[in-house]
Design a protein around this ligand. Structure first.
Ligand code: JFZ
Length: 339
């Protein structure tokens, strides 16, 4: 275990990337600015599956430059990148053979987004990790959905109360299409084959970052955990299943633990630069570069890693506010880092 964790324990700083179809609405729906994190817009606004799928036609990241993204991370002092291979909306940034709900089949772009990132990571010596939403999937039938009230920022949402009733009664789902298969059918038809795909198609995968495990059963989690054999040196977080499969690392979210809370387990604070993971056109609540550097120093001094998020736009551009902060961190790093 020591050897496998070695690079991670020295890394201290990584880049989280939340990117997907949610960057198209970018927080806006039916003329409303939807409150809350942008990658949850489909759930918060209870967007029907069919309507949400339409957004993919606007996901055309012609300005995507994987080489420049990795160089940006590297120059900021980041040692690894974790990107959302599939988030809760079920959309795959890679060419998946088990669904049409992916970058190649559902968008005008039609090219795998993970492959060039993996290549650029190899070129610059940056580790590549993948986030995979193993449990929640709001588009593939049978995937889980967390219940969230249907009124986020959207006071006059038609039938909000009725919708809440429906979602509560249906385990968080709001569209009958989501209910047309069982969770096990989703697991065997989509999740398991896709986890195999992402662990075999892109060379070394340094981290598998699971998420939102509520309700995961031990058999399903066990099947997923077994697939990690495909990458003998892979590191995983503690979000595969609640109370089991603790993985290698704890994942405090949007906060830095106090010294008293630390128990010797490896940990990584993930954090946004503004208030959203996925791109929102109107979120301007940016943390200052000074705050970000203080956070990094605080985390490093306590032995943790800082996984700092960017939310690229649908055209492949990283918000300028994020680029500027990463460059300023890089300037600081040049003066203060020993590496
Ligand atoms: C999850 C996702 O739902 C979210 O969209 C984003 O990807 C984030 C990184 O992870 O959100 C969570 C998961 C766990 C906690 C909070 C938000 N938690 O443990 O407090």
């Amino acid at each position: 275990k020591g050897d496998r964790m070695h690079w991670w324990r020295e890394a201290r700083f990584g880049m989280f990337i939340h990117w997907g179809v949610y960057a198209v609405p970018a927080g806006n729906y039916n003329g409303h600015q939807i409150k809350g994190i942008g990658e949850w817009i489909m759930n918060f606004a209870k967007i029907p599956v069919k309507d949400y799928k339409e957004y993919a036609k606007g996901f055309n990241p012609v300005k995507y430059d994987a080489d420049a993204w990795v160089k940006l991370a590297k120059d900021a002092g980041m040692k690894y990148i974790i990107i959302t291979a599939k988030h809760h909306d079920g959309f795959a940034l890679f060419d998946s053979k088990v669904t049409d709900w992916d970058i190649v089949d559902a968008t005008p772009y039609k090219k795998d987004l993970i492959a060039p990132l993996a290549e650029a990571c190899r070129k610059y010596g940056v580790k590549l990790g993948l986030y995979y939403s193993q449990n929640q999937d709001w588009v593939h039938p049978g995937g889980a959905a967390y219940w969230r009230a249907a009124n986020r920022g959207y006071d006059k949402m038609p039938n909000a109360a009725k919708m809440d009733e429906f979602t509560k009664a249906n385990d968080g789902h709001w569209d009958s299409l989501q209910l047309s298969k069982t969770f096990n059918e989703y697991v065997d038809g989509i999740a398991i084959p896709q986890i195999k795909e992402i662990l075999t198609k892109y060379g070394d995968i340094a981290v598998l970052w699971w998420d939102t495990p509520r309700g995961m059963d031990a058999v399903t989690a066990g099947k997923m955990n077994d697939l990690l054999k495909l990458q003998p040196n892979i590191i995983t977080n503690n979000r595969l299943m609640e109370g089991a499969f603790q993985g290698d690392t704890k994942t405090p979210e949007q906060r830095i633990p106090t010294l008293k809370e630390l128990d010797g387990t490896d940990w990584e604070t993930c954090m946004t630069m503004n208030d959203t993971w996925g791109y929102k056109s109107f979120d301007q609540n940016w943390k200052s570069t000074e705050t970000l550097i203080r956070n990094l120093v605080d985390i490093a001094s306590k032995g943790g890693n800082y996984l700092l998020n960017i939310g690229p736009k649908a055209d492949g551009e990283i918000p300028l506010e994020s680029i500027n902060r990463l460059k300023e961190i890089g300037d600081w790093m040049k003066i203060n880092s020993q590496a």
